[in-house]
Design a protein around this ligand. Structure first.
Ligand SMILES: C[S@@+](CC[C@H](N)C(=O)[O-])C[C@H]1O[C@@H](n2cnc3c(N)ncnc32)[C@H](O)[C@@H]1O
Length: 244
C-alpha cells in the first residue's frame, strides 16, 4: 500500500480541525437516518456518525484509501458502514441521506461548472428532504503558490517525513488555475510522491447553482468548523446547504 494511503489519517487527523461540525452534523441525525461522506479517503470522517450510532456510507475512487479505511475503522462499527469504490460524480442514490459531507478541501477536486453542477444534482437526489450538505475547500488563491511544509511523524518504529509543496499550472481546456499539491513521503528506504491537482472553488457560483437545484443556503463560513462567518480573509471556506 502507498505510504500516503497507509498514513493519511496519522498525518492529517490532528490538523484538519472540522471535528465540531462533524459532531454537530452527526447529532442532527435521528434513528434510521444515514450519513454519506464523499471522498472519504481512509475513513476519518465516518468515525463521527458511527460514534453517534448513525449508519454511514463512504465513497472514494481510490481502492487503497478504502482498504486503509477498512483497517482504520474499529471492529465495533462493523455492519453499520459501507465503503464504495466509485467516482462521487457517479452517485446514484435516491432520497437516502440526512447528511452528506465533502470536507478537508475535497470540494476542490470538482473542477468546472459542469462538474460541480453534476455533483450538486447527484447529491441533492441522494438526500432526504431537510437533509444537510456540508462542503469545505480552500479559498481561491490559498495556499499560495510556493507554499512549503515539512512534517515528521514517528510511526511503526520509524520516522515518516511528509513534505508538501504547492505550485500552480493552467488547465489547458479552459485556462483556469489548477493547484498542484505535491507530497514527497519518505520512510525507511521508501521514497514516494503523491500529486493532487485541484481547482479553485468560488462559492458564489456554487451557491447560485445550488439554489437553482433546490438547496437553501444555511451558512457560509471562513473555517472548516462552520463557526466563523466568511469574510474572504481566511484560508478555508465552507458552505452548509439544506435540501428543501
Ligand atoms: C486527501 S483525501 C481526503 C480524505 C477525507 N475527506 C478526510 O477528510 O479525511 C482525498 C480523497 O478524495 C478522493 N477523491 C478525489 N476525487 C474523487 C472523486 N471524484 N470521487 C471519489 N473520490 C475522490 C481521493 O481518492 C482521496 O482519497
Amino acid at each position: 500500500m502507498r505510504l500516503f494511503a497507509q498514513y493519511y489519517n496519522t498525518m492529517f487527523t490532528q490538523s484538519l480541525g472540522d471535528d465540531l461540525i462533524l459532531t454537530r452534523l452527526s447529532q442532527t441525525c435521528q434513528p434510521g437516518d444515514q450519513f454519506l461522506d464523499l471522498c472519504c479517503g481512509s475513513g476519518r470522517v465516518l468515525t463521527f456518525p458511527l460514534d453517534h450510532g448513525v449508519k454511514a456510507v463512504g465513497v472514494d475512487k481510490d481502492a487503497e484509501m478504502l482498504a486503509e479505511a477498512r483497517h482504520f475503522l474499529p471492529a465495533r462499527f462493523d455492519g453499520r458502514y459501507q465503503l464504495l469504490q466509485r467516482d462521487a460524480l457517479d452517485l446514484d442514490f435516491e432520497g437516502q441521506f440526512r447528511v452528506v459531507t465533502c470536507v478537508s478541501h475535497c470540494m476542490s477536486f470538482f473542477r468546472g461548472a459542469e462538474t460541480i453542477q453534476r455533483l450538486l444534482e447527484r447529491v441533492y437526489r441522494s438526500m432526504v428532504a431537510g437533509g444537510l450538505f456540508f462542503i469545505e475547500s480552500y479559498v481561491p488563491g490559498k495556499p499560495e503558490n510556493g507554499y512549503y511544509r515539512k512534517l515528521t511523524f514517528h510511526v511503526d518504529g520509524g520516522d515518516l517525513t511528509c513534505t508538501l509543496q504547492v505550485s500552480e499550472e493552467s488547465d489547458p481546456s479552459d485556462g483556469s488555475v489548477v493547484k498542484v499539491f505535491t507530497y514527497d513521503l519518505e520512510k525507511d528506504d521508501r521514497l514516494e510522491k503523491e500529486v493532487y491537482r485541484v481547482g479553485e472553488v468560488f462559492l458564489t457560483p456554487i451557491i447560485e447553482m445550488a439554489k437553482q437545484i433546490g438547496f437553501q443556503v444555511e451558512g457560509v463560513y471562513g473555517d472548516s468548523n462552520a463557526t466563523v462567518p466568511f469574510d474572504g480573509t481566511s484560508e478555508t471556506q465552507s458552505l452548509l446547504l439544506k435540501k428543501m
